[in-house]
Design a protein around this ligand. Structure first.
Ligand code: A3P
Length: 295
């Protein structure tokens, strides 16, 4: 019962070389033992890269025709449980995932690739990774950390900027995350690596690519339903997709569905920060991984 959530801002610490907070490590042993099924689908992202958007797309693609009540009665965080998260007595993503009644089970993780429970690899599960350009990802994560009590304190924007570059945020370095998953794609064909910017540019095209990866051929009617259901404004007003039912978030500080745009970093970065980011970026990003910070 999320109403019972009595959560406190967590501290960050080093966990197997990755900056983490206890809400995402407290259930570590159980999560590592997660038993995946071959038809499970894992949605993996660095936080704020478009997880909820892609989760809603998949939920509609798989269940929009067969089980439409689901989208109007069950919040997205229960339809697509966040495996890593444990809030004792309130929310265990691993238990929710175990008990999902649907086939396939749609499961969310923010783990860097080396933290994924081995069963997903053994079962050769399909995995969808969504990446977002670092500048916008940082801005979105900053606003999220200001309003979400299970996240560490955001602090000032300028300190946040430094911590992003140093990888000192929950789930560690954005660079390590996007690079690590990109590298995995070279050896694990069942991984579909997609970009938030592409989804913004042409949602229909990206859904087509997803469907071909998943082996789905939705009817024209279902495709229309998905396209309209996942528009930013529709998700923002949809209580079952916008996280408004979770009391750990304070929408008076910042709503979950905040802007949904590419290049909002231009409203936050100083010129000096932009130059510092670009310099640092060149030394850290895998040069074969191409992001767009404007479209
Ligand atoms: P902003 O903070 O830039 O608005 P996640 O789901 O991984 O936490 O990512 C949240 C980010 O995705 C937020 O970015 C949110 O507004 C954006 N988002 C969610 N649904 C969206 C949609 N349908 N279209 C565009 N952006 C969306």
């Amino acid at each position: 019962d999320p109403e019972k959530a009595n959560v406190e801002r967590p501290e960050m610490f080093d966990f197997h070389g990755v900056t983490m907070v206890h809400y995402f490590t407290d259930n570590w042993e159980n999560v590592q033992k997660f038993q995946a099924r071959p038809d499970d689908i894992l949605i993996a992202t660095y936080p704020k890269a478009g997880t909820t958007w892609v989760s809603q797309i998949l939920d509609l693609l798989y269940f929009g025709e067969t089980n439409p009540e689901r989208q109007t009665t069950i919040p997205i965080y229960e339809r697509v449980p966040f495996m890593d998260l444990l809030i004792p007595g309130v929310f265990s993503g691993k238990d929710l995932a175990d008990n999902l009644p649907t086939t396939p089970r749609l499961i969310k993780t923010h783990f860097p690739v080396q933290f994924v429970p081995k069963s997903f690899w053994e079962q050769n599960c399909k995995i969808i990774y969504v990446a977002r350009n670092g500048k916008d990802n940082m801005v979105s994560y900053y606003h999220f950390d200001t309003m979400n009590k299970v996240q560490p304190e955001a602090g000032t924007w300028s300190s946040y900027f430094q911590r992003f570059l140093q990888g000192k945020l929950a789930f560690g370095s954005w660079y390590d995350h996007v690079n690590g998953w990109w590298k995995k794609k070279q050896t694990y064909p069942n991984l579909h690596y997609m970009f938030y910017e592409d989804l913004i540019e042409n949602t229909g095209r990206e859904i087509d690519k997803l469907c071909s990866f998943l082996g789905l051929s939705p009817s024209a009617e279902l495709k229309e339903k998905v396209l309209s259901g996942v528009q930013f404004d529709n998700m923002k007003k949809n209580q079952m997709a916008n996280y408004s039912t979770l009391p750990v978030m304070d929408f008076k500080i910042s709503p979950f569905m905040r802007k949904g745009k590419v290049s909002d970093w231009k409203n936050h970065f100083t010129v000096a920060q932009n130059e510092a980011f670009d310099e640092d970026y060149k030394t850290k990003i895998d040069p074969t991984l191409l992001f767009r910070d404007e479209i």
